[in-house]
Every structure is written in C-alpha cells, then in structure tokens.
Design a protein around this ligand. Structure first.
Ligand code: SF4
Length: 259
C-alpha cells in the first residue's frame, strides 16, 4: 500500500486520541451522563451508566466526524458570543477552567448532582436576552437530517430539559454565586436550540419553554436504571438492536455485566 506523508500519521493520532488507554488500576465509577437521558433505550443508558466498554474501538473516520461536529459547535459558540448574549463559566478566581480531556479553556457550565449519580455534565451555553435566562443547545446535523427539521429533535429536547432542571438546582444551591451575570436569577425560561447544517452551514433556531413533565420522566429513568443495577437485571431490549449502537453486539447477546 502507498505510504503517505501525513495521512497515516493523522490516522494514527486520531486512533490514539479516540481510544485512550487507561492503566489497569483505573476502575471507572458508575455515573449518569445527562446526555444519555434523551435516549429511549434504558438498556443503552444502563451500559453507559456501568461504563461498559463499547463493542469496538472508535474508528478514525468516526472520530473525524465527531471532531467536525465539535468544531462546528465551537463556531456557533463564537457567533453567539459575538451577539453579547452568552454567559461563560469562570471559576472563583475569574479564570475559565481547563477542559479535563483537551486541557483547553472550557467555558461551558458544569452541573453536578451526586444525589442523582450525575457527577458531571456540561451545558453548551447560558444565554441572557431581555433580562431572561435560557439554556443554549448547539447541534450539528447532516443535510438530510437538518432540512426536514421544524422543531428540535425529541432526544435533544429531553437532554436539554434535563439540563434546565440540573442548572436550576445548581443555581439555587449557590454553585454559581460567584458569577456576576447570574446575580438575582433562580431559574431559566427554557431552551434555545441552534442547529447547523454540516453541508452548507445553514442555521435553524427553535425555542422550547421548560417543562416539569420531562423532569418526572428523567427521575423515572434514573430510578429504573438504579433499580436494574440493584436487582442485577438487564433492562429489556427496547428496540430492534441497532447496528450503529456502540453496544449492539452485547445487546444481541443479552450481555449483563453484573449478573
Ligand atoms: S441496540 Fe438498541 S436496545 Fe440494544 S442497547 Fe443499543 S439502543 Fe438499546
């Protein structure tokens, strides 16, 4: 096979970056990822909660797609920042804390609710418009998914509404008392979604008001996962197993990591 000057090296770099190797002594602790809660499959959330390794390692072509999404996400953030409506997270010393994975400053808002086993989540943006606060969700989609959109996607709505409630909980607990722009606020109005078309950079905006019914669904989902773990029972398969699911093979074999 023809050897390239850079492409092979980029592939090797992406392979390493996408599949970090942890020391044998590292035992990841169970945790709920807020971004998982929009997924309708309890089985998938169960695997993710227990930190089960995906069926196969991340392919470099998928890592490239993820990185493209992340880059577009950052681009939208910079555009929103340019409007003067974005509130960025800073620590008590006034510095934007470094991201745990990249080491670069990460101004996304951290949320943590150990009572729900949510150790850490990050909110894309907190936006202040006309004296009201909104959660900002920035998403990218390929053209075939972007064009038919006339509202935010259902799983994104559940995910974002989770962040609404987590943010309000942390706000009222005083986690952001050092952030001047949030002084006097106890809650948010809802969510502003910005979607970008990966093919042509077209933008769409959708707005949803916060909903308490989603909160009940979220709490029910978390309780169901914790009960399944306590009972050592694999949640039922909620759909025809999907090949794109990172746990597809394990799901087909009804693999239970804690039986
Ligand atoms: S294949 Fe489907 S049912 Fe199985 S874990 Fe994945 S999403 Fe859930």
């Amino acid at each position: 096979m023809k050897k390239t000057l850079l492409l092979d090296r980029i592939d090797a770099y992406l392979d390493k970056a996408g599949n970090p190797v942890y020391p044998d002594t590292y035992k990841p602790k169970p945790r709920i990822k807020p971004s998982d809660l929009g997924n309708p499959s309890l089985r998938r959330i169960f695997y993710s909660y227990l930190r089960v390794a995906p069926d196969k390692k991340l392919e470099t072509k998928v890592k490239r797609i993820f990185d493209t999404g992340d880059a577009m996400h950052e681009m939208i953030r910079s555009w929103v920042k340019g409007t003067g409506t974005l509130i960025e997270y800073k620590d008590k010393d006034g510095n934007v804390p470094p991201d745990r994975w990249t080491g670069k400053p990460n101004p996304e808002f951290p949320v943590s609710v150990p009572e729900l086993d949510i150790k850490e989540g990050k909110i894309d943006g907190i936006i202040k418009i006309d004296g009201k606060l909104w959660i900002g969700e920035f998403k990218s989609a390929k053209d075939s998914k972007f064009q038919p959109l006339d509202d935010a996607m259902d799983d994104h709505k559940i995910q974002a509404n989770t962040y609404v409630h987590l943010f309000e909980f942390c706000l009222q607990r005083g986690d952001y008392a050092h952030i001047k722009e949030l002084e006097g606020f106890t809650g948010v109005e809802g969510v502003v979604y910005l979607y970008i078309d990966k093919d042509n950079s077209e933008l769409k905006e959708f707005v949803t008001l916060k909903s308490d019914s989603d909160l009940e669904e979220i709490v029910q989902k978390i309780s169901a996962i914790k009960k399944a773990v306590a009972d050592k029972k694999l949640p039922p398969c909620a759909c025809e197993p999907k090949k794109w699911c990172p746990y597809y093979k394990k799901c087909c074999k009804n693999f239970n990591p804690i039986k």
